[in-house]
Write a new protein. Structure first.
Ligand code: AP5
Length: 249
């Protein structure tokens, strides 16, 4: 299975098709990844996508991809969304929901999905529940990654992301083979604008206010799977597979 699958339909919207279509799997996993910014959701999503065959669907990646588009191609709502994001604030629910609804084909995908960064508020979770019900799709679970704040801040300050395929590295804990160059596609590794200290603080506050209540929402729905995010990415990955009962997947 490809380490980095094509996500054109998710990143660019319904006008694009994926070069590498998802394999039809007997067991399409449909999961949400929850946890504070920097806890390691994107890193786990990359490992899970490779093992489970489900596509990594990150709303943050869609906004970052839009940032690279020509200014005149952006709708007014998307241009405003990018300003919220730069400051570390949450993008308004209607903008996020419109963007996800446009990409509903990715939720229907035969390979399943790993939603990362969505839902972010209880209103978004309710809208997703209604969307999945309309599509007759069932969520398998919500992985809730937990980590002390000091460790989170150190993970964010050393993060570097490939400008091309979006693969994630860390200067000390997951360095690329060649400094500044992506192991997967040779693209340049960049620091995200919202990893500056002032934006990180705003993101943590937004998380505590808007996203943390989601754990209660999914606990009540019987979907919450709490997972300690301490240790190496591989240790956390093994913990996740055990929690999913997916060791042999
Ligand atoms: P988004 O892109 O979703 O960012 P986030 O939730 O802030 O999460 P991150 O990507 O920062 O962290 P992560 O947990 O994925 O960590 P990673 O694996 O990279 O959102 C960005 C913005 O978009 C939001 O602030 C908002 O403005 C907007 N937005 C997006 N969705 C929205 C929505 N639904 N509603 C409203 N607004 C929305 O890991 C971090 C670093 O640690 C990496 O360098 C990694 O290599 C390293 N690392 C990972 N695991 C380990 C480990 N076990 N040990 C040591 N280092 C590790």
């Amino acid at each position: 299975m490809e380490a980095q699958r094509d996500r054109s339909a998710w990143l660019k919207g319904p006008s694009a098709t994926c070069r590498v279509p998802a394999h039809e799997t007997e067991r399409p996993w449909r999961l949400i990844l929850l946890g504070a910014p920097g806890v390691g959701k994107g890193t786990q999503a990359q490992l899970l996508a490779d093992r489970l065959g489900a596509c990594h669907l990150s709303t943050g990646d869609v906004f970052r991809a839009a940032k690279c588009a020509e200014e005149k191609e952006l709708s007014p709502a998307m241009a405003a969304a990018l300003d919220y994001m730069r400051r570390g604030e949450l993008v308004p629910d209607p903008t996020v929901l419109a963007m996800v609804k446009e990409r509903v084909g990715c939720l229907r995908c035969r390979g399943g999905f790993l939603l990362d960064g969505f839902p972010r508020t209880v209103a978004q979770a309710e809208a997703l529940r209604d969307l999945l019900t309309r599509e007759s799709l069932e969520l398998d679970g919500v992985l809730d990654y937990e980590l002390p704040i000091d460790e989170i801040v150190s993970r964010l300050s050393g993060r570097r992301t490939c400008g091309s395929c979006k693969a994630v590295f860390h200067l000390t804990t997951m360095p690329p083979k060649v400094a500044g160059v992506c192991d997967h596609c040779g693209g340049a590794l960049l620091q995200r604008e919202d990893d500056r200290p002032e934006s990180v603080r705003v993101r943590m506050e937004a998380y505590a206010r808007s996203t943390a209540p989601l754990t209660e929402f999914y606990r009540q729905a019987g979907k919450l799977i709490p997972i300690s995010a301490e240790g190496s990415p591989e240790e956390i990955f093994q913990r996740t597979l055990t929690a999913l009962g997916a060791k042999g997947a």
